[in-house]
Each structure stands twice: as structure tokens, then as C-alpha cells.
Design a protein around this ligand. Structure first.
Ligand SMILES: Cc1cc2nc3c(=O)[nH]c(=O)nc-3n(C[C@H](O)[C@H](O)[C@H](O)COP(=O)(O)OP(=O)(O)OC[C@H]3O[C@@H](n4cnc5c(N)ncnc54)[C@H](O)[C@@H]3O)c2cc1C
Length: 343
């Protein structure tokens, strides 16, 4: 029996951030990952994610403000560049609500005419939008680097990392939880499940129902040699977004547009989505090469209302907060899951 205060299941960005936070509180931590850290089968791979404060709900704006401070602190503590500020543009349906929420939270932003956007960022064409929102503190999070940095810092702090160790059972008793994985039994006072798209069946085995649906989303990469543009989200059905992807140019995707998916199966890129993204990039980024240099899939774990699930059931803490927009909040979510684990 291998013992620690907390077992964290899953070393994507949420598990990594939680493990790092827990060792900071002095807890002994075991971090279990079914593949290798940095693998491409879950939700946290790829070079970048959008960091934005712009949300229609002030609660998320406030969470992004808190998270921004935590990303900056993590950079100071680790010496790694995790966030690059590029500014962020929102265009399309509902941006007035985002503006109102930003105003309420005292966040710097400007509403500008779509045609005026090209005066500031000649790489971006938003002329057909009467008004767009520009948010100064938006940017990109260096995603894979963030996962590696959080895992490395958890391990330096004493966490024991077991890769290629798949959890196949969890049982609660009066002393905590026994987790079985890779032929070993791990005992802890608390288990934190940050297993992304795999969470639902894993939790079901412990009698906990998690109402989430994984979908497989396609993203495509396009070369763009000019200076990095701001991040862009064009809200609609579906929302389409683009962000700088260091070494590639830009990455583009459609938000919650992919089919329901079984995370156990290898995913295939949706060529229809790549074609639509290619047309969109041709229109919105006239100086980018609209022929994709690469495309890949990534899993969303969706709740019905796109909110996150952060809760404690006995000695098991559930952290399945993807819904396609969780990365920016990872240090904050790690902190909250660690607090739930501490009771
Ligand atoms: C295409 C795409 C674009 C996105 N864009 C943005 C964005 O711009 N901004 C933003 O804020 N967010 C974005 N997100 C969302 C963000 O990436 C996710 O919220 C985040 O990565 C979720 O991390 P996670 O740790 O919950 O899941 P994962 O990264 O999938 O980690 C779960 C881990 O658990 C492991 N695991 C599962 N089952 C077991 C088991 N039984 N035993 C051991 N280990 C197990 C898995 O192997 C995996 O490593 C995007 C997501 C995708 C897919």
C-alpha cells in the first residue's frame, strides 16, 4: 500500500495545478497519470490557449482577474513564461453583455469600430462588424509549458508522479480512499479526480454521477509571418476563434462544434471543420496562408450549461471543469480543488 495525504488522478493542467497547490500547503501528494505527461489524447495539449477576461457573466470576469494574478505569481515562482499578453478581440453576438460585465469588474477595454481594428492590427479583418470589443490584458497561455511547469514544480515540492498508471478503481472507507492503479493500491485521506473526459466512468465506479458529455473538437494551424495578432473570438453559432500559436502562426477552432466522443478511441480530424476554418481564416486574417499546416483533435468535457464542476463527495473531490474554456482558470481551479481536498 502506497500512502499519501492526497491522490490526484490525472495530470492534465487541472491535476497538475492541483498537485502543485497541494504540495504548497505541505500535503504529501501522489499524482497518477494513465499516459505520459504532455500526451495528446486529452484536453491540455497544444502550444497555446486563449486567456481572456471578457465574459458576459461578471463571476467569470472576476475569476479571470483572480486567475491572472495567479498565472503571474506562478511565472515569478518558476521563472517560466506561461502567459503572453497580446490583447484580445471579441466580435459578434452578445459582446455588449461582455462589455457590461467588464465595466462592472473595472477591467480595461475599448469598444471600437470593426473598420478601425485594421488600423491597429492590419493582420485582422473585422470590417463587416459595426463594433468590436478590445480587451488589453487578454493573451495566450503557453499550454504544454504550463502543464510541464506545474508538474515539475509539484514534483520538486515532493509530489510522487506515476505515469502510465491507469486508475481502475476507487473505494471510500472510514479512513479515506483506496485507489487501485497499475497493480498498486494507493491509500489517501482524499482523492481528487481531474480525469477530464475520462471522469464520468471513473466516478461512476465510486457511485458518483457526473453529468458531462465529451466531444471531440478539431483545431487547425495556419502560417502567419507578421507580428502576432490579438486573440479573436467571433461569437455566433458556433463561436469561431483564433489565437497565436508560437512556431506555427495561428491556431483556429470552432467552439463546441464537434461530435460526442469516446475518449478511449483515437480521434479523427473533421475535414469539414478544417475547410470551414480555412475559409474563415482567409476572410479574417487576409495575410495568413489559408491552407492549414496542421490539424488535430482535442477533447472537451461539457456540462449542459458550460459551467464547471468542482465539488466534494465524501473523500472524493471532483474537478472536471473543461467545457472548452477552463485552461485560463487552471491555477485558480487548482487552488479551489486543493481547498476542497483540505475540507
Ligand atoms: C480544442 C480546445 C481548445 C481549447 N481552448 C481553450 C482556450 O482557448 N482557453 C481556455 O481557457 N480553455 C480552452 N480549452 C479548455 C482547456 O484546454 C481544458 O479546460 C483543460 O485543458 C482541461 O484540462 P483537464 O486537466 O481537466 O483535462 P485533461 O487535460 O484531459 O487531463 C485529464 C488527465 O487525466 C488522465 N486520466 C484520465 N483517466 C485516468 C485514469 N483512470 N487514471 C489515470 N489518469 C487518467 C488523462 O490521461 C489526462 O491526462 C480548450 C480545449 C480544447 C480541447
Amino acid at each position: 500500500m502506497i500512502e499519501s495525504d492526497v491522490v490526484v488522478i490525472g495530470a492534465g493542467v487541472m491535476g497538475a495545478a492541483t498537485a502543485r497547490e497541494l504540495v504548497g500547503t505541505g500535503a504529501s501528494v501522489t499524482l497518477l497519470e494513465q499516459f505520459r505527461v504532455g500526451h495528446h489524447r486529452g484536453s491540455s495539449h497544444g502550444r497555446s490557449r486563449i486567456f481572456r477576461l471578457s465574459y458576459p457573466d461578471p463571476m467569470y470576469v472576476a475569476m479571470a482577474q483572480e486567475s491572472l494574478a495567479l498565472w503571474c505569481r506562478a511565472e515569478e515562482q518558476t521563472g517560466a513564461t506561461l502567459l503572453t499578453v497580446t490583447g484580445g478581440l471579441d466580435a459578434g453576438e452578445g459582446i455588449e453583455a461582455n462589455a457590461e460585465a467588464l465595466r462592472q469588474c473595472g477591467v480595461d477595454f475599448r469598444m471600437i469600430r470593426g473598420g478601425e481594428a485594421a488600423d491597429h492590427w492590419p493582420q485582422v479583418n473585422l470590417r463587416d462588424h459595426s463594433t468590436v470589443l478590445f480587451q488589453y490584458d487578454a493573451g495566450i497561455i503557453h499550454a504544454e509549458r504550463a502543464v510541464e511547469t506545474f508538474v515539475a514544480s509539484a514534483v520538486e515540492g515532493g509530489a510522487k508522479l506515476y505515469e502510465e498508471t491507469r486508475v481502475d478503481g476507487m473505494e471510500q472507507d472510514e479512513n479515506g480512499v483506496v485507489v487501485s492503479a497499475g497493480g498498486h493500491a494507493f491509500r489517501a485521506a482524499v482523492a481528487v479526480v481531474t480525469a477530464g473526459a475520462w471522469s464520468r466512468p471513473l466516478l461512476a465506479r465510486a457511485g458518483i454521477e457526473l453529468d458531462v458529455v465529451p466531444t471531440r473538437e478539431t483545431v487547425a494551424y495556419f502560417s502567419l509571418h507578421e507580428p502576432s495578432p490579438p486573440t479573436l473570438v467571433e461569437w455566433g453559432a458556433p463561436a469561431v476563434y483564433a489565437l497565436p500559436s508560437p512556431g506555427h502562426g495561428i491556431k483556429a477552432g470552432e467552439h463546441v462544434a464537434g461530435p460526442a466522443a469516446d475518449p478511449e478511441l483515437d480521434g479523427e480530424v473533421d475535414q469539414g471543420a478544417v475547410e470551414r476554418l480555412s475559409f474563415w481564416v482567409r476572410d479574417r486574417f487576409p495575410s495568413a496562408n489559408p491552407f492549414p499546416i496542421d490539424a488535430e483533435t482535442c477533447l472537451y468535457t461539457n456540462t449542459h450549461d458550460q459551467h464547471f464542476v468542482l465539488e466534494r463527495h465524501g473523500n472524493i473531490v471532483v474537478g472536471s471543469p473543461c467545457s472548452g474554456h477552463g485552461f485560463k482558470f487552471a491555477p485558480l481551479i487548482g487552488r479551489r480543488l486543493a481547498a476542497l481536498a483540505a475540507g
